[in-house]
Ligand binder design. Structure first.
Ligand code: S3P
Length: 173
């Protein structure tokens, strides 16, 4: 008999490369919640990769679409939602997530984000502006400093290098 004590959605926030999607999926599986990848919902809706949407319509249009898509998530759905790296930083998205669910910030130092992002396809991430190498590290460091004040508004901050799945599960029970 499987019940979710807390029916509110869980929103995972954090920088690109912090493991939101990988861990969000695991967490949903282990707790019987529905997994939602916000970027994936947007891609389904627009029918093109996010990078292509950025190029064609610009970042502002993307941010409006992202905010609308976020706020369309049913407030009574016991889901784990992995958000985009920029989601909490625009409009009132962070306050909205705090009002409607449980928020968890996956925190990682710039160097760890950098080495993870260097291993992925940088071209699919428009927010990285095609940078690589030491320039990418500088960019991540600056961007994280700008975004941290939003991420830090989350109900919980976890060190993503040290956290164990059981600890995360305990947070949302
Ligand atoms: C972005 C992060 C991406 C995606 C978009 C913009 C950002 O999500 O929403 O490319 O501004 O940090 P991930 O954090 O899942 O890569």
């Amino acid at each position: 008999h499987h019940t979710t004590a807390n029916p509110k959605p869980v929103f995972i926030v954090g920088f690109m490369g912090s493991g939101k999607t990988t861990w969000g999926r695991k967490l949903a599986d282990k707790t019987g919640r529905t997994f939602i990848d916000l970027d994936e919902v947007i891609v389904q809706e627009i029918g093109m990769p996010i990078a292509a949407y950025f190029t064609e319509y610009g970042e502002h249009a993307f941010r409006e679409l992202e905010s609308r898509t976020l706020k369309n998530i049913a407030p009574d759905l016991p889901a784990v939602v992995s958000t985009g790296g920029g989601t909490p930083c625009y409009f009132d998205n962070m306050a909205w997530m705090n009002r409607h669910g449980i928020t968890i910030y996956f925190q990682l130092p710039p160097k760890a984000l950098w080495s993870r992002l260097m291993q992925t396809d940088i071209g699919t991430r428009p927010a990285l502006n095609g940078l690589s190498g030491p320039e990418l590290l500088d960019y991540i460091t600056a961007k994280l400093a700008e975004r941290a004040p939003y991420y830090e508004q989350a109900s919980y901050t976890v060190n993503q290098l040290a956290v164990r799945p059981e600890e995360l599960i305990a947070l949302i029970k």
